[in-house]
Design a binder for this molecule. Structure first.
Ligand SMILES: O=C(O)CC1=CCC(=O)O1
Length: 263
């Protein structure tokens, strides 16, 4: 187990693959931890240094009282990458992870040389929607929203598999402060203006059955970055790296090669 004992936070992370390789950093979605990428990582091209981490109040990373700001979540990963002496990473952020990626690229382009905005957008939902979710979780617990959330996270076919229960458990066991803290960060985020100033290789990934960030929402953000493109994963919901890891790996590997991140 690796813990970065930073002044600001103790962050749980993994650092796998080739230590001298081109770095790729994965940022997880709301209510998930770095196991989100377990099926994908073995399918990636050789020669990469693969870094995953648990954001504040998620997985094995330290929790702090809610609410959080997006700026705090961005500074957390910035501090982790500085600590690990990582520069010029290909940053893959899913959902809130994609928001963190946009913000990090705006703030520290030396850390991010290419960006994957997976199932994410410059702005997701309305502040009112997020505050309603925070209120429900505070009143009834995160477990109370776990079952309906599965309809956004996964397509119909995957929801009929035994694996669904494991992901539902992950969310139901999610710590309240971390979850509501990140909901507040999303509620306060509108990156349309900063993201439209980004100039770097950028790929969007969307699932056709994604109930949280439908393809048109992802497209709207990806289109802000000149030269970017969107790849659709048919039949997948909000977490296509779990549901369709082979397809996700093919799309990501093509982008990795296209950007010259590995030969
Ligand atoms: O759980 C959801 O509603 C999906 C989601 C929204 C932001 C995020 O990171 O996941």
């Amino acid at each position: 187990m690796k813990i970065a004992d930073l002044d600001r936070l103790k962050i749980h992370y993994t650092d796998e693959g080739d230590p001298e390789g081109a770095p790729i950093v994965f940022a997880n979605s709301l209510g998930t931890d770095l196991r989100l990428w377990d099926k994908l990582v073995p399918l990636l091209p050789a020669g990469l240094r693969i870094i995953r981490y648990d954001k504040r109040g998620h997985g094995l990373t330290e929790g702090t009282p809610a609410p959080y700001s997006m700026g705090t979540l961005i500074s957390d990963v910035e501090a982790l990458l500085d600590h690990l002496k990582v520069k010029d990473a290909l940053f893959v952020g899913l959902s809130i992870g994609g928001m963190i990626g946009q913000g990090l690229a705006v703030k520290r382009l030396d850390l991010v040389r290419a960006l994957v905005i997976s199932n994410s957008a410059a702005k997701m939902g309305t502040a009112e929607m997020w505050h309603d979710r925070i209120a429900k979780c505070r009143a009834e617990g995160v477990a109370s929203i776990a079952a309906p959330t599965m309809e956004r996270w996964f397509g119909k076919k995957f929801r009929a598999t035994p694996e669904l229960a494991a992901w539902q458990n992950m969310l139901a066991r999610q710590e309240l402060e971390g979850y509501t803290g990140c909901c507040a960060a999303i509620a306060g985020t509108d990156f349309y203006t900063p993201t439209s100033g980004l100039r770097l290789p950028c790929l969007g990934i969307a699932g056709t059955e994604d109930g949280a960030s439908p393809p048109d929402l992802v497209r709207e953000t990806v289109d802000l970055v000149p030269g970017s493109r969107l790849e659709l994963i048919r039949g997948a919901g909000h977490l296509p790296c779990v549901e369709k890891p082979e397809e996700y790996a093919r799309i990501l590997s093509d982008f990795i090669k296209e950007t010259g991140h590995v030969q």
